[in-house]
Design a protein around this ligand. Sequence first.
Ligand code: PAF
Length: 247
Amino acid sequence: MRVFRDLSEWRQFRSQLETSLGFVPTMGALHPGHLALVQRSHQENSKTLVSVFVNPTQFDDPTDLAAYPQTLDQDIQLLEGAADYLLAPSAAQMYPNGYHYRVSEDEVSKQLEGAQRPGHFDGMLTVVMKLLNLAQAHQAYFGEKDFQQLQLVQGMVSEFFLNTKIVACPTVREADGLAMSSRNRRLTPEQRELAAEFPHILKSAPDLSQAQSQLEQQGFAVDYVQEWRGRRLGAVRLGQVRLIDNL
Ligand code: PAF
């Protein structure tokens, strides 16, 4: 796998690459859920690019950004043999003039996750626009775990006539049902055990208010449980760790 840390070098290389390219954007701390996206891209394209960039503009809380796991050396090892190219730019390269230009959506991005994390989706859409322009990929792969993110990215690609097809991939789960997430590694062993109740209750509770009260009884702080676009979405906190899921 060829690693690009310099955006000019990547752009030069990309301008000469004539084969079909699949793209998997990530913030690193890779787990089997990411690797499933990489594998799918590998099956459907001649070459696969992965990006690892912990995007500061999508964190509304600086302590959350500081605590976000950064494991680039391990990520490179995991990707060897699975991806062809890795783009791992610095924040100074991605935001050379700060954060003055941004992509903003004013409806979907204000609900659910957006209501809890002001500015999160503007930061996410802005970096995804930058990454899609850098990658110039034929297809880009996003997990359904971040369902609202996926819907917003699909909307942005359609509204701005971008040439990349967004491919939605099913959530990958641990054996006990917990959706894989880079944040899971911050759970204590006790919290990790309890965390499996989250998807279980989200799925089995007969209605939203019972889902909320069952989660609270188990010790979760509930940010929301809501039906949206044919799915039941939830966000909960266990200590400092925030988990989201949808079914
Ligand atoms: O889902 C993520 O990991 C991030 O939101 C993304 C899409 C890589 C943008 O930073």
